[in-house]
Design a protein around this ligand. Structure first.
Ligand code: IDP
Ligand code: MG
Length: 154
């Protein structure tokens, strides 16, 4: 089953939105398989956002991402990466679908409440940055056969 990383960012943690964001993902049918509260260091931000270090907004992004702990979560489901990207909405929250998480909770292109992995390869790299194998919990969801067809449960 595909996995994706969702980070609940400092703005959402400060605003008390953790529960509402997690609810959206749970309600959709994604399965939570790992979670951890972490305070990012400058080095982690540089490594995590290595594709952005040359951007003019990078210093602000680093300050933002290190300001408050973030909640790291891993979710599982068929096509989880694509499904969760859609649920989150596009980077600039002002352009995001109003029903998406960013579209619902943010007006910013930086303080956009969540991160989600952009591709299955990115998801694997990001998850392995923060979680060991033992920290990803395999558990049986009792309602699985009511939520997914058999060929979607692999
Ligand atoms: P993504 O989070 O939608 O995948 P990326 O381009 O990977 O978008 O950028 C990572 C993060 O960097 C964004 O979520 C946002 O917090 C910040 N960011 C990206 N582009 C801008 C910008 O133009 N201005 C300010 N912050 C930005
Ligand atoms: Mg990205």
């Amino acid at each position: 089953m595909q996995r994706t990383l969702v980070i609940i960012k400092p703005d959402a943690v400060q605003r008390g939105l953790i529960g509402r964001i997690i609810s959206r993902l749970e309600e959709k049918g994604l399965k939570l398989v790992a979670a951890k509260l972490v305070k990012f260091s400058d080095d982690i931000v540089k490594k995590f956002y290595s594709h952005l270090t040359d951007k003019p907004f990078f210093q602000d992004l680093k300050r933002f991402m290190t300001s408050t702990p973030v909640l790291l979560t891993v979710w599982e489901g068929p096509e989880a990466v694509k499904v969760v990207r859609k649920l989150c909405g596009v980077t600039n929250s002002r352009e995001a679908e109003p029903s998406s998480i960013r579209g619902s909770f943010s007006m910013s292109s930086m303080c956009n409440v969540v991160h989600s992995s952009g591709s299955p390869e990115e998801a694997e790299r990001e998850i392995s940055m923060f979680f060991s194998r033992e920290e990803i919990i395999q558990w049986e969801r009792k309602l699985e056969d009511l939520m997914l067809a058999e060929d979607e449960r692999e």
